[in-house]
Design a protein. Structure first.
Length: 262
């Protein structure tokens, strides 16, 4: 095949190394600024939230405090939800970032629990958790969103950090939008490559390729990109019919692993 994509200029190794050395100065400054921002984040004040706010999990009702699983800190991703809709019509952005969180032992080693707090009903949304083959703790926060999202818009995703002091719970930080990119490794790796993310908003040289998706850059052929391997494995798109979902191999029985790890 004749690949007609443009290429960077070719130079000798000395010239190439000089360009990288100049860029490295900026990269190190960027790293140091990121460290400084993280230090400022650690010095933010915090606000108390009701530790008894209700969630729904695999064993029924539980509290926000119980979602910590005994650890001191909790990172909660608030997954957007489209009620009554099949898997292809669920949020591609939430699917994108949630798919990245596969190994949580490093978080646990720092006394941190990670959990998804879905903005939709438990019975329906846990089927999406199973369809995707995820194993992180998954709860519905639908009944408590007004209290959890004070001053923020329900229906948008949020990434929130909590701290537990005995039986009291405090919110220490939150972000959304591109702030959730901290969960992703694929985009970070793409940013190292010559063609980058191939998205229209990027500062690209003339003629550089762009993967323009009508329905979003984290969708492929009409569905969240990470769904394709699950579909090919025979899992059902239905999230409202338990029987058909399980008959099609729709992941593990719903709720069996949403309680997290010790």
């Amino acid at each position: 095949m004749n690949d007609t994509r443009p290429l960077p200029p070719v130079v000798d190794r000395t010239g190439w190394q000089a360009e990288i050395d100049a860029l490295r100065v900026r990269e190190k400054a960027h790293t140091r600024e990121g460290d400084a921002i993280a230090a400022a984040r650690r010095r933010l004040p915090m606000i108390e939230v009701d530790a008894n706010l209700a969630l729904i999990g695999p064993h029924g009702s539980l509290t926000l405090l119980e979602a910590f699983e005994g650890r001191r800190q909790l990172i909660a991703y608030y997954f957007m939800w489209n009620p009554g809709r099949p898997a292809p019509e669920q949020c591609e952005g939430c699917t994108w970032v949630t798919t990245q969180v596969a190994e949580r032992s490093y978080l646990h080693s720092r006394d941190i629990t990670y959990a998804v707090l879905c903005q939709g009903p438990y019975d329906e949304s846990i089927r999406y958790h199973d369809f995707m083959g995820w194993d992180m703790p998954w709860y519905s926060a639908q009944a408590s969103l007004d209290e959890l999202f004070v001053g923020r818009q329900i229906g948008l995703f949020h990434l929130v950090c909590y701290l537990r002091d005995g039986d009291r719970v405090f919110e220490t930080y939150w972000t959304n939008g591109r702030g959730a990119e901290v969960m992703d490794n694929n985009y970070a790796l793409m940013d190292l490559t010559v063609y980058g993310r191939q998205e229209p908003w990027e500062d690209l040289p003339p003629g550089w390729p762009q993967q323009v998706q009508v329905d979003g850059n984290t969708r492929t052929n009409g569905r969240p990109t990470a769904q394709w391997s699950r579909l090919e494995a025979g899992r059902s798109d239905s999230l409202t019919d338990t029987a058909s979902s399980q008959a099609s191999g729709g992941g593990t029985p719903h709720g069996c692993c949403a309680g997290g790890e010790s």
